[in-house]
Design a protein around this ligand. Sequence first.
Ligand SMILES: [Zn+2]
Length: 74
Amino acid sequence: MADNRKKEKNNGNGGAKVIPMICQSTGCKERPKRANFCNEHFIWYKEGLITTEGVRAKDFDKKYQHFLRRQKAA
Ligand SMILES: [Zn+2]
């Protein structure tokens, strides 16, 4: 039968948080400035576009369009 058990993430360091050397946002190579994000992606994080892990929100595209519109209006 199907095994629906979630695989536990194991990064081999006992669950201790490692401060990354680069921005948490996927594919970003900037050095983090705030909360493990570069300046740009920290704004994304504050706007709810990405999670603390740098993963895009489910409705990222919609949120991003709103975000761009607000940026233009500012
Ligand atoms: Zn970044």
